[in-house]
Design a binder for this molecule. Structure first.
Ligand SMILES: Nc1nc2c(ncn2[C@@H]2O[C@H](COP(=O)(O)OP(=O)(O)OP(=O)(O)O)[C@@H](O)[C@H]2O)c(=O)[nH]1
Length: 406
């Protein structure tokens, strides 16, 4: 945190960031607005400077001095307007410091040159220099260092030329110098304060952005952890099917909805045949792979609205809402066929995997998930006893022992 503060530290004298990369980043961020502001302020300053040609005319008439002043004003205004146009089009505050400094020097030169051409209007010119100094600092957006140097050039140059070309007394010159120093001090500290406040605001904004970014990262990390936890809590690690607990929860919901809609509902108990033999012959890792493949086939054979889970070991369970016993038998037969068609690893190519499926359907409104599972399990047992690799459907009259097998 403290190193961040150091990075965003503002220099007490220049009002710029001590860190050059942050200073560049700041200037780039204000570049667009600065371009427009700068070119507008410079155009206004140039036009005001040009308009003083009217007072030149009233003071000097159509004399050679007037024409000289007029030419000088036209040159200054033209250059300033050209630079204003150039900055608006191409000039970035961050990159072209010289382009932003140039018009200040030209305006300052113009103001200084008025003194020898209109030496008798010195008091007006002193006011103009003070106003120009304040405009340099506060109206035409620029770097504090650039403004200070240009303003010192204007003030010292003006005083030197005034001493040279006018007959001011030394005390009057001292008073003018004090006035100009005051204007510079006020302008300097006002701009210094503005520059550092703007940069501090920029730093705060960036710190806030960094914190927001951190927060977003933290939230994303937590969400992914929550997702991982949810998967661990709901999924079977080997087959990625629902685990028994989650299956029961989902199937319970489906059963309740089916019962309230008076819609048919069926349930499968699916058991892999001779799975112990697979483990014993090819090892547990092959057994695991067979389980995974069968789980994939089972899941793919069902509709998206059905729910399947691993009940335990090599046994799976599936809930089929809106499915009558005859439809359930058809689905189970299809599933059994797909398992039989499974191609296993080369070593196991001679083994033909098979499953036995016990099917039960909702009979009465009092039926619940446990009783359905129990009946499907009984059908599974019947199928196992009947030679495996078959589907056994429990009908309404199961109590009387009538089942359909294939
Ligand atoms: N590889 C592997 N084996 C498992 C897993 N869970 C259970 N088993 C094994 O599956 C075998 C199931 O054997 P049995 O219950 O005798 O069933 P079976 O050999 O398929 O015989 P039937 O069901 O009667 O056809 C046991 O040897 C368990 O150790 C598992 O996650 N991976």
């Amino acid at each position: 945190m403290s190193s961040k503060k150091e990075q965003y530290q503002v220099h007490w004298l220049t009002g710029q960031f001590c860190d050059a990369s942050h200073e560049l980043m700041y200037r780039r961020s204000i570049q667009e607005s600065m371009r427009l502001e700068y070119s507008f302020a410079l155009s206004v300053a140039a036009l005001v400077f040009g308009m003083f040609a009217i007072s030149d005319y009233y003071l000097l008439g159509l004399t050679s001095q007037f024409y000289l002043l007029l030419i000088m004003r036209i040159v200054v205004v033209s250059i300033c307007l050209l630079v204003a146009f150039g900055v608006r089009r191409w000039g970035g505050h961050g990159y072209r410091v010289w382009l932003h400094a140039l018009p200040l020097w030209i305006l300052a030169t113009g103001i200084i040159l008025i003194v020898p051409l209109r030496p008798d209007s010195l008091s007006t010119q002193i006011t103009a220099v003070v106003v120009a100094t304040m405009a340099f600092y506060l109206l035409i957006p620029n770097l504090l260092t650039v403004v200070t140097v240009a303003s010192l050039y204007l003030n010292i140059g003006f005083l030197a030329v005034a001493l040279q070309f006018t007959d001011i007394a030394p005390m009057a010159a001292l008073r003018i110098a004090l006035l100009l120093i005051m204007a510079n001090v006020v302008g300097f500290f006002a701009l210094l304060r503005l520059e550092s406040l703007q940069r501090k605001q920029f730093a705060l904004l960036h710190e806030e952005r960094d914190q927001n970014h951190q927060l977003h990262k933290e939230i994303a990390h937590r969400k992914s952890l929550e997702e991982q936890l949810r998967v661990v809590a709901e999924r079977d690690a080997l087959t990625n099917l629902n685990n028994r607990g989650h299956f029961m929860k989902l199937a319970q919901g489906l059963l309740q909805r089916s019962q309230s809609d008076r819609a048919p509902f069926s349930l499968f108990m699916i058991d892999v045949d001779h799975f112990k033999h697979i483990n014993d012959t090819w090892g547990h890792s092959h057994g695991d792979r067979v389980l995974m493949r069968i789980a994939e086939v089972c899941a793919a054979s069902l509709r998206p609205t059905d729910v399947i889970g691993r009940f335990g070991g090599e046994e799976f369970v599936a809930a089929l809402p809106n499915t009558s016993p005859s439809d359930a038998q058809m689905v189970a037969e299809r599933l059994k066929k797909k398992v039989a068609e499974l191609s296993l690893t080369e070593e196991m190519s001679k083994h033909c995997p098979s499953v036995t499926i016990g099917v039960a359907a909702v009979n009465t409104e009092e039926d619940n998930l446990e009783s359905l599972i129990k009946r499907a399990d009984q059908m599974l047992y019947v199928g196992k006893r009947g030679g495996r690799n078959q589907v056994v459907v429990c009908h309404d009259d199961v109590e009387e022992g009538r089942c359909t097998g294939s």
